[in-house]
Design a protein around this ligand. Sequence first.
Ligand code: PCA
Length: 211
Amino acid sequence: MRILLTGFEPFGDQAQNPTAQIAEELVGCTIGGSSAAGTPAQSATIVSAVLPVEFAAVGLALEHLLQTHQPELVLSLGLAAGTQALRFERVAINLIDARIPDNAGAQPVDVPVLPGAPNAYFTTLPVKAMAAAARPVAATTLSYSAGSYVCNALMFHALHATSVSAVRAGFLHVPTADVIPVKTVSAAVVSALEAALTTLSDVAEPGGSIY
Ligand code: PCA
């Protein structure tokens, strides 16, 4: 089994993007392999890539990675400056409304990620189980909006591309490295991926929010 883990290049006024470091640090890691009581042992190797923060390029880059690696599970990471916790995204919307230009200088406003595609997709990863597994390592929260910039667009592309397959996909926004150190986020990502491998139906515990 293979897990595709993606990070992003720096963008905007962020000189570093911790998600690029995490993707590079975890490449080749084996996740799982020990069986919980009664469940088969499953292990998966991480393949990773650092993606451009460009609306026009990110979907094609992802398609290429899916073709090349044929992963069973896809987790994409993005930086959300200002957030204090790991934000497990539940929803990707078919809308781009760019607050700032992307790294190619494009700033689309109020256009779809993919014309004709559904308005939104829910993540197909068990985010409640993943957030619970990561919580001993770092603060976590569930998020009901991945924004309207390149991260949301990537999550939408991933869920659209995998919608007719058994491949599960999702997105995690992470804070800047001064809020949670990169090593800690990496460890939390490993814990979350272990939970994703062994959890086929998400845990049914309350997790919503009123905003
Ligand atoms: N964060 C941006 C795009 C790239 C990244 O790391 C976002 O949240 O859309």
